[in-house]
Design a protein around this ligand. Structure first.
Ligand code: ATP
Ligand code: MG
Length: 658
């Protein structure tokens, strides 16, 4: 939102939540230490990361730290480049001396009766067995392996086993269709696929093996081996010579497997982005820098201390699951909770029931989950204790102040700071975030950069803007967790991230910086609307809409408008029990007008029971934009949509353009 222009007010709450004395003293970092460490990290990155790189164990210590170039003619990113290490060694073996009997993974099944605790000793045995099974299928260092599993411990075993033998995993979210799976198997050129007979989510079975079969049929000859984990035990078709049950393979291989020494810059995994803005990109991360950055952010952002129970609700098919369920926490010797189910099964209190059952201290989820739970009111939360909770986190989208306040007041009983963490698949780990002992919070702001991260706000020409301002978010220098390339398409990497503003990494996000130096993500740059010459981020108009007590979710896009250039088209989902009426439509227009200003009032409001979202819960505005523009034929890549049926409904009920 162009807040300096006349008549416009920032929709962001400027309420300040100071750090409590208790947090300032218990945390690794208070405000003074944050400032000192941040300054050191920017002024002398080699010395700073040279020191913090030692947080993981190296087989051969590095002598070089940072060797990076953002020059568009020669983009090259290398960290710790002459060091060797192994990720599974760091996440498992090195903890055995001290933590063999400590729980590494708490698994909570879809059915509340199903759970398991896996110690570091057990994890070690599983990972070695899995590594030998992979070897038995011909997997070698550098080979790619596709993992298409539900949220079961085997997902972590398989990931770590890949890293143990030096293979590069590509995880495909278990909810994706055979088409999306086939595309990703083919793009990553993998001949081994790991899956399960079926998954279980919200009491329903997900036909994973059937999907794998269908995917393989689309790309004949590509997949040589399918390893099948028994999750439900239902009978599934097994293709002779290609398909094997994990248990059968495991029975035939040795128990021990030494970790393969890997260079810091050897590929670790490929992961496709959510596809919110276009065709998903095969983001490639490498070994050393990624692990240093994932583990360091996990420790400081969540202030992880020995004995804490930490829960991130993401799926491992999403980058958050990679960095903050598996790699970051396990590298830190943490206890990480892995949840198979969904927030509403068997009841809408499920998240909080799990918190109470396992005495969770840190809880990290997405705004979309918070908003949908908000729609059902406070009672399902309030009837649980949540006394163990100490810290809350948010990731995936800007969290609107309304949802932030609810999360803080209702879920956290006003006791728990919220870390609103901004980052991307491409960044490997969190880049902009509060630290709970250091940063006074403002609802809706991701606040300040993490160590080593140099954000800048630039104008359309790439000129850095000073002080309180608004523009496009770029990062001026490299950090260890940065992606290294788009798999198989380095040119696309350079084009997408380094050509818009040569010499800077372009995030694709719009951003405002306030007078305190806090960053506020205003939405995708692609989503900026221009109404009568006023540039507006969609996030703040949406934020105004969801601040209305009857609105549960909102998505705003622009559409061609004869007079204004672009008009504002708002898709609105109402709270459970609310009825869409003409009167409410008018009320909402008036509401936004009052909250932000006349320029931001929606021209068209469509009440929609559902919005098109990616599997990680992000609203796909590019599809909504096409619908608003009447271009139904050109919806683009919809392979990452959670529920394609939503789109048909939106088209049927679209509002007529003016
Ligand atoms: P694609 O790049 O294919 O369009 P995507 O950007 O949705 O997909 P991700 O890497 O999963 O894929 O998402 C990163 C994006 O999510 C960020 O660029 C930003 O727009 C948004 N985001 C993540 N966390 C936050 C946050 N805390 N506040 C605001 N926005 C966030
Ligand atoms: Mg993106």
């Amino acid at each position: 939102m162009a807040i300096c222009e006349e008549g416009l007010q920032p929709m962001s709450s400027e309420k300040l939540y100071p750090v409590s004395a208790e947090w300032a003293s218990r945390a690794y970092v208070d405000d003074a230490k944050y400032k000192a460490m941040y300054e050191a990290s920017i002024k002398t990155p080699d010395a700073f990361w040279g020191e913090h790189g030692k947080r993981i164990d190296w087989f051969t210590p590095y002598t070089k730290v940072k060797n990076t170039s953002y020059d568009p003619h020669n983009v090259s990113i290398r960290w710790f480049e002459d060091g060797t290490t192994n990720v599974s060694y760091n996440c498992v073996d090195r903890h055995l001396a001290k933590r063999a009997d400590q729980v590494a993974i708490i698994w909570e099944g879809d059915d509340p009766k199903d759970d398991a605790k896996i110690t570091y000793r057990q994890l070690h045995a599983q990972v070695m067995k899995w590594a030998n099974v992979l070897k038995s299928q011909g997997v070698k260092k550098g080979d790619r392996v596709t993992i298409y599993l539900p949220m079961i411990p085997e997902a972590a075993y398989a990931m770590l086993a890949c890293t143990r033998v030096g293979a590069v995993h590509s995880i495909v979210f278990g909810g994706f269709s055979p088409d999306s799976l086939a595309g990703r198997i083919e793009d990553a050129a993998t001949d081994v696929v790991i899956t399960a007979d079926e998954g279980l989510r919200g009491g329903r079975k997900v036909p994973l093996k059937v999907n794998v079969d269908a995917a393989c049929d689309k790309i004949p000859g590509v997949v040589k081996s399918v390893i099948v984990v028994k999750r439900t035990g239902s009978a599934v078709a097994m293709k002779e010579g290609r398909d094997h049950y994990y248990g059968d393979l495991a029975a035939k291989v040795p128990d021990e497997c030494a970790p393969e020494p890997m260079n810091a810059e050897d590929p670790l995994f490929i992961l496709y982005t959510s596809g919110s803005t276009g065709k998903p990109k095969g983001v490639l991360h490498t070994t050393g820098g990624y692990l240093v950055f994932a583990s360091m952010t996990h420790q400081y952002v969540f202030d992880y201390k020995d004995g804490d129970i930490y829960w991130c609700t993401a799926d491992v098919g999403w980058v958050t699951g990679h960095s903050y369920i598996v790699y970051g926490p396990l590298a830190n010797g943490a206890t990480t909770l892995m949840f198979e189910g969904i927030p509403t099964y068997p009841s809408i209190s499920r998240f909080w029931d799990v918190v109470d059952k396992h005495k969770v201290n840190t809880f990290y989820t997405a705004p979309t989950a918070i908003r949908s739970l908000m729609g059902a009111g406070e009672e399902p939360v309030k009837k649980t204790s949540r006394a163990s909770l100490r810290l809350l986190g948010s990731v995936g989208e800007p969290i609107n102040p309304e949802a932030w306040e609810w999360y803080h007041r209702v879920v956290g009983d006003q006791r728990c700071p919220i870390v609103d963490t901004w980052w991307q698949t491409e960044t490997g780990g969190i880049l902009i975030t509060p630290l709970p002992g250091a940063t006074a919070l403002k609802p809706g702001s991701a606040t300040r950069p993490f160590f080593g991260v140099k954000p800048e706000v630039v104008d359309a020409e790439g000129k850095p803007l000073e002080g309180a301002t608004e523009g496009n978010l770029v990062i001026a220098d490299s950090w260890p967790g940065q992606m290294r390339t788009v798999f198989g398409d380095h040119e696309r990497f350079v084009q997408t991230y380094f050509s818009t503003y040569p010499g800077k990494y372009f995030t694709g996000d719009g951003c405002r910086r306030d007078a305190d130096g806090y960053y506020w993500i205003t939405g995708r740059v692609d989503d900026v609307i221009n109404v009568s010459g006023h540039r507006m981020g969609t996030a703040e108009v949406e934020s105004a809409l969801v601040a209305h007590p009857k609105v549960s979710e909102a998505a705003v896009v622009g559409y061609p408008h004869d007079i204004k250039g672009q008009g504002i088209y708002a898709y609105v989902t109402l709270m459970t029990g609310e009825q869409p009426t003409e009167e409410l439509r008018k009320e909402l227009v008036a509401w936004v007008r009052k909250e932000i200003g006349p320029i931001a009032s929606p021209d068209l409001i469509q009440f929609s029971p559902g919005l098109p979202k990616t599997r990680s819960g992000k609203i796909m505005r590019r599809i909504l934009r096409k619908i608003a523009e009447d271009e139904f034929g050109a919806l683009g890549d919809t392979s990452t949509l959670a529920d394609p049926a939503v789109v048909d409904d939106l088209i049927t009920h679209r509002q007529n353009r003016k």
